[in-house]
Design a protein around this ligand. Structure first.
Ligand SMILES: [Zn+2]
Length: 95
């Protein structure tokens, strides 16, 4: 039997009210994690392109929509580590 292991460790940025721009880079990503248990990696590039990179991350939580439970605000978190492609898009950005 083979055991599939992911050789990547993730670390959550624990500092509250980090700016959106802190989550941009090759070695980090932003996740939306809903209270229902759904989670997705969020593409923040359009917000950064719009010049919003200096705003606190929670500013964008009301823009998120959770598909499984219909939540209209989903907490966002910055994580260090490359995006894991197996995280499905259960939560999307509502513009
Ligand atoms: Zn949800």
């Amino acid at each position: 039997m083979n055991t599939v292991r992911f050789g990547i460790m993730y670390e959550k940025a624990s500092w509250p009210d980090l700016p959106l721009g802190h989550g941009v880079g090759e070695d980090r990503h932003v996740r939306a994690i809903c209270k229902c248990g759904a989670s997705s990696v969020v593409d923040t590039s359009m917000w950064v392109a719009a010049g919003l990179g200096g705003k606190p991350l929670p500013t964008f939580e009301d823009r998120m929509r959770c598909i499984p439970c219909g939540a209209r605000s989903v907490p966002l978190e910055i994580w260090y580590g490359r995006v894991r492609p197996t995280l499905q898009a259960m939560i999307y950005v509502f513009r």
